[in-house]
Design a protein around this ligand. Structure first.
Ligand code: ATP
Length: 373
């Protein structure tokens, strides 16, 4: 649906072998990817991974060193920025301070010589739920309101793709949460392709249908938030989206869909379907909230993985859960997040056993370095 914008949509956004070099430094490295029309897509990565450069190539502010950009069937690689059906919303809203809110939103239409702007501007202000502020100046608005006006001002140009470059970065946490939900609502309502750049994994997971995790100018993994979280394919992704315990291990045996590995002198199981590698060295991953703490091995349910000989190093009670840091005999540390359900809380110094359901673990290629994320 695209009632609000009343326009036809342009098809998928496709990047083919997109590369940007600055001298000998490769900021974006042979990026190929299709962003389906109407999707909310996030480019997620740490500072310097090439997200903004990618966005700037899509908008035409930066020329690719190599590669092509398509919107539907049409190649836009060499079009000037203003010739592309693409608009960008930046972190610093860049509203015109001397114009009131109505005129800020009307700006793009007036520049194109549109005479009757009232209906369109009113519709846009309604979409972002700020019609009552039409007569105010930007400085009389809160940060979140200014960001919504910036959005309305971009959407009124009827782009086929809206690019959002850390648009919520300047807002405080509470407002950011509200705006995440708000942006998602607006995207659903207008049905446009949104490409959102952020370094905040929670923000990407809250809003996007699909996330591309970028690292060193490349896509490390692409998928829905749940796919990335449940089945990370690299240690970087495992650590960048949430936390993971990553335990180097060696394969002992594989049979009937179960991989047996050895780590810390103990045998652990993995579901082979959740393993990227089933021979030689593997890295066993398990999320902290999948791991539990017991005082003795007798409390561990049959068939569960367990590691004995742990000592609680830190206990943090944070309301819904208790978070433990546990040191194994080998010196390695594990994180455990336990829901608070009235179970006895273990204090620092306590000797414990950690355990988890084998189906909750995932196996990564053990020849890679463990990247912090
Ligand atoms: P951030 O979140 O900090 O904006 P980013 O992931 O968006 O990071 P980019 O801005 O795309 O990263 O930059 C990618 C890399 O390219 C960085 O290492 C940066 O220093 C480098 N870079 C960007 N622009 C230029 C330029 N004009 N000349 C040289 N190097 C550049």
């Amino acid at each position: 649906s695209n009632d609000v914008l009343g326009q036809t949509q342009g098809g998928d956004l496709r990047l083919a072998g997109l590369t940007k070099r600055y001298g000998s430094f490769t900021a974006v490295d042979n990026l190929s990817l299709t962003i389906p029309q109407g999707s909310f897509f996030a480019l997620l990565g740490a500072s310097g991974c090439g997200k903004t450069t990618t966005l700037r190539m899509i908008s035409g502010l930066e020329d690719p060193t190599m590669g092509q950009i398509f919107l539907g069937e049409k190649e836009v690689t060499d079009l000037k920025p203003y010739r592309r059906p693409v608009n960008t919303v930046f972190q610093n809203y860049a509203l015109f301070p001397h114009l009131d809110i109505f005129e800020n939103v009307a700006f793009g239409l007036r520049r194109r010589g549109v005479k009757d702007v009232k209906t369109s501007v009113t519709d846009m202000l309604d979409l972002v739920e700020l019609g009552h502020l039409a007569k105010r100046k930007p400085t009389q608005l809160s940060g979140g309101q200014q960001q919504r006006i910036a959005l309305a001002r971009a959407l009124i140009n009827q782009p086929q793709v809206l690019l959002l470059d850390e648009p919520l970065g300047a807002l405080d946490l509470k407002l950011r949460r509200q705006m995440q939900i708000e942006l998602k609502r607006i995207q659903t309502e207008v049905g446009l392709t949104f490409v959102h750049v952020t370094h905040d994994q929670e923000e990407a997971m809250t809003m996007a249908d699909t996330i591309a995790v970028m690292n060193h100018g490349r896509i490390e993994q692409l998928g829905s938030p749940a796919e990335l979280y449940e089945n990370p394919q690299t240690t970087f992704v495992a650590n960048f989206l949430g936390q993971s315990n990553l335990i180097p291990a060696v394969v002992e045996d594989e049979s009937d869909g179960v991989l047996t590995v050895s780590a810390h002198g103990q045998s652990l199981k993995l579901d082979t379907k959740r393993c990227r590698s089933t021979t030689g060295k593997v890295i066993l991953g398990v999320r902290p909230e999948k791991v539990q703490v017991a005082k003795t091995a007798d409390e561990v349910p049959a068939g569960f993985n367990s590691l004995t000989g742990g000592t609680v190093v830190d206990t943090s009670f944070i309301g819904v859960s208790t978070q433990y840091l546990i040191k194994l005999a080998s010196g390695e540390e594990l994180s455990v997040f336990e829901q608070n359900t009235g179970k006895e809380i273990q204090r620092p110094g306590a000797e414990v056993v950690v355990y988890w359901d084998p189906s909750q673990g995932f196996g990564l290629d053990g020849t890679q370095d463990i990247e912090a994320g």
